[in-house]
Write a protein that binds this ligand. Structure first.
Ligand SMILES: [Zn+2]
Length: 335
């Protein structure tokens, strides 16, 4: 897109995952007016995958009184992808698309500007424009859920790097002898502190617990260690359960070490943390602020705001929409 959008009208934000497409109508202030979900067919033809996306957009459009009010469509999708061209390269969980020109296909169908970026970059930008980061220009964003995704906002723009591959902070390792991550590397923060990693850590502690000790966490899981979820760890933490407290304290320590590294590289004004598992960690955010100065050399790390994300499960819809408001790259920077 070549021009900045007017501060009125609506954007359609689309969030493509391996099994569903979520789409919603978002106003210029970042309020999600409506949203819906349709199934995604990610293992058939490229066109079948595209049809799911178009079906989601059509459903949102059908509920809009005046279609002229829809100014643009912003899409977040799993990477790798090229945010400049809107081409989806080869995401492992979207087997239907290989070098697929998603932005062009959607623009051809609706004749509006279309922007595409990955989930975490998009969600980071929504936080910067409308959410917890709206008072800041330099932000490190992390979404902690099934994995750990990150986005870097520098001077009010998404930092993409040379090819669009920057901002993969979840695969920054903090232990070269650590467990193997799904990406192949050892000791990535994702394999140590994502939602599933929190549940796994708690299970290991329960397994090591002497049988004479009771645990609220184990009661929540009805006595079955295998049934322990991240959410249960959060509930047990609220009852001061020792296993849950130790699990979350260790997780916060690892995250703070990792965030300290990010602070030393980026010196951001704010760190914003979202995603499903962030809700569980929320009562311990203050500890991250306290630990950060210990884990970096930045003499003013104590001033960095550590904030919960504004957007929750709908961060992909807001993120997609926000992309349409990103200022165009200046001509001398593109090639
Ligand atoms: Zn990794």
């Amino acid at each position: 897109m070549t021009q900045t959008l007017p501060a009125s009208g609506y954007i359609i934000g689309v969030d493509i995952g391996g099994t569903k497409v979520a789409a919603g109508l978002v106003d210029a202030a970042g309020t999600i007016e409506s949203h819906l979900r349709v199934p995604m067919v990610s293992n058939a033809s490229a066109e079948a995958g595209l049809d799911c996306v178009l079906a989601a957009i059509d459903s949102v459009l059908n509920a809009v009184k005046n279609r002229e009010d829809v100014r643009a469509i912003g899409i977040c999708a799993p990477g790798p992808l090229d945010p400049q061209t809107g081409v989806i390269i080869n995401p492992p969980n979207l087997a239907c698309w290989r070098d697929f020109p998603l932005a062009k296909k959607v623009a051809d169908a609706y004749h509006v500007a279309v922007k595409v970026d990955n989930d975490a970059n998009s969600a980071a930008f929504a936080e910067a424009r409308w959410g917890a980061g709206r008072d800041y220009k330099n932000i490190f964003y992390a979404t902690i859920g099934t994995g750990i995704g990150t986005g870097i906002i520098l001077d009010g723009r998404i930092y993409h790097g040379r090819t669009g591959a920057a901002g993969e902070g979840g695969h920054v390792s903090i232990d070269y002898r650590g467990p193997r991550c799904s990406c192949g590397k050892l000791g990535c923060i994702e394999v140590l502190a994502s939602g599933p990693a929190i549940a796994k850590r708690a299970r290991a502690k329960l397994a090591a617990l002497s049988s004479s000790k009771s645990s609220e966490l184990l009661s929540l899981a009805k006595g079955s260690m295998e049934a322990v979820t991240t959410e249960m760890v959060g509930k047990a933490y609220a009852t001061r359960d020792a296993v849950a407290r130790e699990t979350l304290r260790e997780t916060i320590d690892l995250l703070s070490l990792w965030l300290g590294n990010m602070v030393d590289v980026l010196d951001p004004e704010a760190i914003i943390i979202g995603g499903g598992a962030a809700t569980v960690l929320l009562p311990l955010f203050d500890q991250i602020s306290e630990l950060l100065p210990k884990y970096c050399v930045n003499p003013r790390a104590h001033e960095i705001a550590v904030l919960p994300a504004h957007y929750g499960a709908d961060s992909g819809i807001a993120g997609g929409a926000a992309l349409c408001y990103e200022a165009p790259r200046s001509a001398h920077l593109s090639h």
